[in-house]
Design a protein around this ligand. Sequence first.
Ligand code: SAM
Length: 434
Amino acid sequence: MQTERGSGAASRAVAARILDAVLHQGRSLKAEFASHLPTLADPRDRALVEAAVMAALREHGRYADALNGWMTRPPGKRDGVLRALLYIGFAQLDVMGLPAHAAVAATVDAARNLKYAHQAGLVNAVLRRALREPLPARRADAAWPRWLSMRVRKDWPEDAEAIFAASAVPPPMWLRVNRQKVSREAYVEKLQRAGIGHALLEALPDAVYLPEPVPVDTLPGFAEGEVSIQDGSAQRLLDALDIAPGVRVLDACAAPGGKAAHLIERYPATRLLALDVDARRVRRMAETFARTGAAVQARAFDATATESWWDGEPFAAIIIDAPCSATGVVRRQPDILLHRREDDIPRLVALQARLLDALWPLLAPGGVLLYATCSLLSAENSRQIAAFLSRSADARLLPLDARFGRDTGYGHQRLPGENAMDGFFYARIEKARG
Ligand SMILES: C[S@@+](CC[C@H](N)C(=O)[O-])C[C@H]1O[C@@H](n2cnc3c(N)ncnc32)[C@H](O)[C@@H]1O
């Protein structure tokens, strides 16, 4: 058994390894969490690692400034894990509010675990300085690459600062209750019995809001498919759809299956085909459907290559939850800001246009296409839809109401943090009859 201090040092070392991989080696945060967190037996250690890494990713610009100001030779590329450990130390003192002396001691011990015993004195000295002197002031857009913060400022001149601020704070947790299995009222009682704080906010019929996230495996009925994790803005999408029982629907970019499972929970008789180009993500989607009991056909195909998978029967509705810059969900995935490149945007815009053009002919006359992204950029959203409408004579934009966020003229946009939700874009397009 590890001592209190031993397990504290182990979790700081794991946090530093994850942060180093994401920050300095271009690795994905989700994948690093998935491979490292199971090595820690105690759920409290896992929670501490997650919180410390997320905080350090949000604040790494300031922490780098602190090291540059305080050290003549801050750790360089070859000592990335040492630099990461110092950031983990700062995060504990700066935003996590942990008892300072225990946090410093565990972080210094972690330097030894990471084979930096010869630098333990330096880690101690730097963190003690951070106890005495303030770290550089917060700047909400510090973690954003300049080209991207400029695009956000250009698209949202009035709201850019609020967007950066909302993207820099830990998000709440949203649950979607599977009302095929349990009523929302009955599920809320289970949360009450489990002592999990919750609220029912505005008119999202399947949602429960948890201001303080909890580990998924502590949620009552999760393994039985009674609830799923899904932000309110993603749940809102289905309110733009009104379909008759038994119709055929395509979810073209469906993995990991959140919106497809929601659709089947709400309209169980739907004949839903869920495609995704990424076979690994399709396997995860199939697991989601097995857990929630959704009868959905999940298949790995490039949706734009319609000749390879379409059988010729038109769809009454098509959902394109498009691959995008994910700029609306930075609060959940701060590593987006590290991995996104400027030339990704025109590539994504072209892919979104190809998806729209390839799938539109598969929609039945009178049918509805829902286009959605978790992006904030007009090129992927309102300008994408304006361009599509201008080249599609039989396409008409249908109105949405204020529950979907603000009207851009070509679809509705929710900015991150509004109504406690992620940033999201929605457009509802109808195909002319005959
Ligand atoms: C925003 S995610 C979808 C999230 C999903 N709808 C949900 O609610 O869980 C976008 C998805 O598009 C997929 N994708 C990208 N290009 C595609 C293509 N050409 N055909 C089908 N899927 C594609 C990606 O693999 C990714 O899983």
